[in-house]
Design a protein around this ligand. Sequence first.
Ligand code: BES
Ligand code: MN
Ligand code: MN
Length: 474
Amino acid sequence: VAALPASAHLARAEEVRDWLAAHSGDYLERLRALVRVRSVSADPAAGPGMRAAAELVAAELRDAGLPDCEVAETGGHPVVLAARRDAGQARPTILVYLHYDVQPEGELADWSVPPFEAVLRDGRLIGRGSADDKGPILMLCAALRGLAECGGDLPVNLIVLVDGEEENGSRSLPAFLDSRGDLDADLVAISDTSMLGIDRPSLVLATRGTAGLEVELRTLDHDVHSGKYGGAVANAAVVLAEVVAALHDENGRVAVPGFYDRVRPVDEATLAALAASDPPEQDWLREVGARGESGEQGLRVHQRVWTRPTLDVVGTWSGHTGPGMKTAIPAVATAKISCRLVADQDPDEIAGLVAAQLRRLAAGRAEISVRPSHGSRPVACAPDSPAAEAAVAAYEWGYGTRPVLIREGGSIPIAATLAERIAPVLFLGFGLHGQQEHAPDEWLSVRNFELAANALVMFLLSAADLPRARTAST
Ligand code: BES
Ligand code: MN
Ligand code: MN
């Protein structure tokens, strides 16, 4: 049971709430300006947009009361790093992690509005990155500015780290963290996850890891006439389909020897808490027009997504994909495979196990080359830490409803590294289920923007009372 927010904080939080009610419209406009900057980290042509977005974020953080803020080079896209350590040694330091990069917009024709025009419609801000993860950056700025306007001092020390490569695997960040000795904190708060709904605020207790592989399978030296050779030689597209199909058994389990060996069973208390959050699973499937189900039989949808590892094909290509027909047997077929991992699976080990199984399945029929791509470790946090309890109380105060405990099927590539090198992780996200992140017409709820800022205010105030976990630093 979470403690109620200390009454000492209530009066100030209420004052900030009034300030936010009057000023969140201004912050929404600032968010629109950030959404208009196309910061697609995966696009090699997006360099100027990346830098412009980083500079804009830095300007907002300075304006919000963090003058000590830099746009720092990483070798990849820059990170924005701000710090404020004037609460004193007795107070904890919170490192807040966010990202300013966004997913590619995809096909313009699939959007109902241009993806980088930050259109406001029906209480929604529509645009790539509005929810993931630019909205939370401005929510934090609004909360900090509100606190500065009402009562002055921030009761915690704060580091804000805004990544420019999260959507592309945060490749440059580990080396950047190594190069900075000044990122000591007691708690890492990652503001990049979703809740079940605005009336169902949620505390996320885990994110999954990832293991990706790129597969190329070859059955011939070159494509051949399908009339002359069809039926006599192995077809790369067909062999690949058979190989891929053999990666799951008839019960929906991943049929890769060793795949589940390190899966740590979820404890009963967490399972009960997740079941109690009661996500409406038929709606989840209906909302996306699912024509069928997949995954492990006997588990509810949210159990499969939140507590179990998966293996999926996320891209595949073979033969003639242009217009019209070309009657040739393809010599080569490729597939991109992406696994989601749970504690204590290791991305390199899983990639190795999947690669070995692919080789076994293709043996005697095709040559196969397998290359690991992205990899990140899963993170799970305890529901009963003082930080989690402070977060529960903050969501409850901000949203007027006690949050449910959930997990997240998605991944934050740097989360495990932050947990290992800096401090325990807490997920302090404010996305809403259904906001179409990574999809056309991504949107952010204008009302949620203000409620989230309120919850953040209460969290920052009550974080001042958290124990200092850090070993004494000089
Ligand atoms: N914010 C998401 C993580 C997330 C996913 C939160 C789904 C809530 C729901 C993050 O930006 C993300 O998209 N991560 C990628 C990581 C990948 C590019 C390595 C993901 O999960 O696919
Ligand atoms: Mn994100
Ligand atoms: Mn994302």
